[in-house]
Design a protein around this ligand. Structure first.
Ligand code: AMP
Length: 213
């Protein structure tokens, strides 16, 4: 199955993408995770992307386009994939359509998660991320000497630099101006599903699976 999970930053795309990928045995491809790993490892890509990501702006389309093209050709994507955080501009959606044409990719499912900006700002301000596996948890659940429930790493949770309130507001502005139009691009190109992203994690997963197949 080929899926794009779509929605504003902090709406829960990453959490749901991991659940869907595990259940369908498909690859979870998060451009945000790929960029964060590159920044952490100080690769050439990381050095190019660091300041842009930390300001809450978008990395140039050509750079993320090249990442996606390479990644989709990896063996782990053969059985399908879920794209999380890509495409974020119309230009990226067009690059992706060209890649899909080259790879003869069949039906695309687009899952859009919806939530109001106030809810998103509140959620992102109160979340921490596991530095080892990327798992996300609410700040109030993470205590001293905490062990990640997902990968069992100890005391690995941190606050993302771009989860600062001012940066979150910039990311939402970028979303409304540059990413929201991508949804309309897919109206006649994908099987589109819209889901209420304000419910709890399990309810959202159930809603997605009920409409996906
Ligand atoms: P995310 O984890 O998806 O919220 O992404 C974190 C940050 O990585 C974004 O705010 C951007 O700076 C950058 N990023 C992730 N995906 C993309 C993309 N498709 N295009 C441009 N920048 C991206």
């Amino acid at each position: 199955m080929r899926i794009i999970i779509f929605g504003a930053p902090g709406v829960g795309k990453g959490t749901q993408a991991k659940i869907i990928a595990a259940k369908l045995n498909i690859a979870h491809i998060s451009t945000g995770d790929i960029l964060r790993a590159a920044i952490k490892n100080e690769t050439e890509l990381g050095l190019q992307a660091k300041a842009i990501v930390e300001r809450g702006e978008l990395v140039p389309d050509t750079i993320v386009g090249a990442i996606i093209k390479d990644t989709l050709q990896e063996v782990r994507c053969k059985n399908g994939f879920i794209l999380d955080g890509y495409p974020r501009t119309i230009a990226q959606a067009e690059i992706l359509s060209n890649i899909f044409r080259e790879l003869n990719t069949e039906t695309i499912h687009l899952v859009k998660l919806r939530a109001k900006d106030e809810i998103i700002i509140d959620r992102i301000s109160n979340r921490l991320v596991c530095g080892v596996c990327g798992n996300i948890l609410a700040k109030n659940l993470v205590t001293e000497h905490f062990v990640c429930p997902n990968c069992k790493a100890e005391e690995s949770y941190y606050k993302r630099k771009d989860d600062d309130e001012e940066v979150i507001k910039r990311r939402l502005k970028v979303y409304h101006e540059q990413t929201a139009p991508v949804f309309h691009y897919y109206a006649d190109k994908a099987h589109v599903i819209e889901i209420d992203g304000t419910k709890n994690i399990d309810e959202i997963s159930q809603d997605i699976f009920a409409k996906l197949v």
